[in-house]
Design a protein around this ligand. Structure first.
Ligand SMILES: CC(C)(COP(=O)(O)OP(=O)(O)OC[C@H]1O[C@@H](n2cnc3c(N)ncnc32)[C@H](O)[C@@H]1OP(=O)(O)O)[C@@H](O)C(=O)NCCC(=O)NCCS
Length: 270
């Protein structure tokens, strides 16, 4: 088996493997594959056949693994570990000190893999469907202002909202993303990294429901799909999750954030 950078021509393999993530999202189309995923995707290949892939973001201090899939017929044969270890090598070479990812709590195979490379549970997060019309039921606050986030906002936003440094810049460079920041009385109070093609915000952070409302108002004109709901990923914030669920959000899935130190001893089987 060898692990190599993905190419545009790997799309058929990617589109076969992506549904294995079982997150209920449509398979990204070939345009998104080429423009958004290929540059930071690794594939595992055996005798010329792609048997797995891993999509990541290499942030300044953190390697963020977004997808890992091993072909169903090749599970438990070291594909996932080989991909994760190659990602580790790349993150270390890029100067990162930690790595992280999200995983469904019932995914024992994936959790086994991540724990074996030194990651541990950090917090719970939730993906929600939010009906755009429900924004009108959220409270308003005169002290809250939302607007497009500029690169000069990034460092403060990431610090205030405990996000990985470099996350905003990485997403800003990806096609179709628009970033919004909200301030409450001049202090950073929320962020939405809105993927206008997918119609989802990852992450969606708001210290108060009024902040969420202000973010929805600035996001709405950028919607491209015409869908009645937007997806939100609310990280480590049970209070905001319940506030949104109480006002009409539907839970899509719950997941766990795992993270670890990249200097954890490399697993013996590699
Ligand atoms: C998670 C996944 C990528 C693991 O890939 P894999 O190639 O089967 O895993 P590996 O053979 O490299 O196994 C590495 C380690 O993971 C753990 N592991 C893998 N499968 C496991 C299982 N079924 N049960 C428990 N632990 C498991 C073990 O610690 C294993 O090490 P070991 O074999 O030395 O005991 C694979 O199960 C998969 O593609 N699942 C569907 C997609 C998915 O859920 N991706 C993760 C999204 S967060």
């Amino acid at each position: 088996m060898r692990v190599r950078p993905a190419t545009a021509g790997d799309y058929p393999a990617f589109s076969r493997l992506f549904p294995e993530l079982a997150v209920g999202d449509p398979t990204p189309d070939e345009v998104k594959w080429r423009g958004d995923l290929v540059p930071t995707t690794l594939v595992a290949e055996e005798e010329g056949e792609v048997v797995g892939y891993l999509f990541y973001q290499a942030l300044s201090d953190t390697g963020y693994i977004r997808h890992v899939v091993a072909a169903p017929a090749r599970r438990r044969a070291g594909v996932g570990r080989a991909l994760v270890e190659e990602a580790r090598r790349r993150f270390v070479a890029a100067g990162a000190r930690r790595w992280c990812l999200n995983v469904k709590p019932e995914n024992t195979a994936a959790i086994g893999l991540y724990e074996s490379v030194g990651m541990s549970f950090q917090h719970a997060s939730t993906a929600l469907f939010w009906p755009w019309v429900a924004g009108a039921a959220l409270p308003q606050s005169p002290s809250v202002v939302a607007r497009r986030a500029e690169p000069s906002d990034d460092a403060e936003v990431e610090r205030e909202l405990a996000l990985a440094p470099g996350l905003c810049a990485d997403f800003r460079a990806r096609a179709g993303r628009v970033l919004f920041v909200a301030h409450d009385a001049g202090r950073v109070a929320g962020l939405a990294i809105y993927d206008t093609h997918f119609d989802g915000a990852l992450p969606f952070a708001a210290r108060e429901p009024a902040v969420a409302r202000a973010l929805f108002e600035v996001m709405l004109p950028h919607r491209t799909s015409g869908a009645s709901e937007v997806q939100l990923v609310v990280e480590n914030d049970a209070r905001l999750t319940s506030a949104l669920v109480d006002r009409g959000a539907r839970v899509k899935l719950a997941f766990c954030h795992y993270a670890g130190d990249l200097r954890f001893p490399v697993s013996s089987s590699t």
